[in-house]
Design a protein around this ligand. Structure first.
Ligand code: IPM
Ligand code: MN
Length: 360
């Protein structure tokens, strides 16, 4: 079996804790399914700034380029958030990494687990059966356009631009995914105001002709924000630009009961990175209370990308078992005192029970 090189970038805040548990699980999966992983750690984010002055050191970037996949934790530190004068910021490390690796599609599945329906602040009847996936464009738009701040802070700007090619490549992925699902793509935009959104509509409509089985509809982002909590079941594949996707995916996380559950995959033509959608949650750092499930489920997406479907499914089933038995951290059950590692160890126990482990 081929050796898969995995770059491990645990980052800041709770990142190292959740990634530690995830790697522990991957090492079990490796034995159970006879896979070969070569893990290599590298610095990114605030910790990389502290140690090297650079949020994305060159050796980290090179390691990621050479790896078959990147497993990412989280990034960000409050000491940079409220400092308008900060010249380097942890987030720049992640943004540069996404850009350099060409990770144009950020894929964020959102589903309602039956045993957690009552944990969501939304009514059970609204969210039951929700199963959607957001395709967020990740390396263009306002995040990467020309930006400027006047020295005296009298004004600043950020610009949003998209090329036809930027839209085409992610739109194809979204339509391909929809053909395997419920055959519906919803383009979320602000085409009543923005030129870029009108280009998204035009290009996406053209591409939809190549996928006659898939229905395409359009929703303005303000309405989408409302529909997402009023009637999330209507969505199958949501396709959207960078910043809208950032915002609506956090909003969508309330459907599942906690942002601590949501994994993501960022895919390029040659590289891929897997990360929870949650941030670094600095208030919880080092307390052992962080939910490891988003990171563990991101590892499952990574295995699927690497063609290791059996391992991916085994992880997803074991996490679902933990959820069904409420072996979860306190974000999902306020009466729970299960720690990050207790939850991960339970997932390992299930994996070992459910799968032949002669070699272990
Ligand atoms: C995300 C995060 C990042 C983003 C930040 C940390 C730069 O919020 O992955 O959703 O805005 O893309
Ligand atoms: Mn975000």
């Amino acid at each position: 079996m081929k050796t898969h090189k995995i770059a491990v970038l645990s980052g800041d805040g709770i990142g190292p804790e959740v990634v530690f548990e995830t790697v522990k699980i991957l090492k079990v999966i490796e034995k159970v399914f006879d896979y070969n992983f070569a893990f290599e750690d590298a610095l990114i984010g605030a910790i990389a700034i502290d140690e090297t002055g650079n949020p994305l050191p060159d050796n980290t970037l090179q390691l990621c380029k050479d790896a078959d996949a990147v497993l990412f934790g989280s990034i960000g530190d409050p000491k940079y958030d409220n400092d308008p004068n900060a010249k380097v910021r942890p987030e720049q490390g992640l943004l540069k990494l996404r850009k350099e690796l060409g990770l144009f599609a950020n894929i964020r599945p959102i589903k309602a687990y039956n045993s957690l329906l009552s944990r969501s602040p939304l009514k059970k009847s609204r969210i039951e059966g929700t199963d959607m996936v957001i395709f967020r464009e990740l390396i263009n738009g306002i995040y990467f356009g020309e930006k400027f701040t006047a020295e005296d802070f009298s004004y600043a700007y950020d610009t949003c631009s998209y090329s036809r090619a930027d839209i085409e490549q992610i739109a194809h992925l979204a339509f391909q995914e929809a053909t395997k699902r419920r055959k519906k793509v919803t383009l979320v935009d602000k085409a009543n105001v923005l030129d870029t959104s009108r280009l998204w509509r035009k290009v996406t409509t053209e591409i939809s002709k190549e996928y006659p089985d898939v229905e395409l509809d359009f929703l303005f982002v303000d309405n989408a924000a409302m529909q997402l909590i009023l009637n999330p079941k209507q969505f199958d594949v949501i396709l959207t630009e960078n910043m809208f996707g950032d915002i609506i995916s956090d909003e969508g996380s309330v459907i599942g009961g906690s942002i601590g559950l949501l994994p993501s995959a960022s895919i390029g033509l040659e590289n891929a990175l897997f990360e929870p959608i949650h941030g670094s949650y600095p208030q919880a750092k080092g307390k052992g209370i962080a939910n490891p499930m988003a990171s563990i489920l991101s590892a499952a997406m990574m295995l699927r990308y690497l063609g290791l479907e059996e391992g991916a499914k085994a992880i997803e089933d074991a996490v679902e078992n933990a959820i069904n038995n409420l072996i979860v951290t306190s974000d999902l059950d306020e009466t729970s005192d299960y720690s990050t590692s207790v939850v991960a160890n339970y997932v390992i126990k299930i994996l070992l029970n459910e799968h032949d482990h002669d070699s272990y």
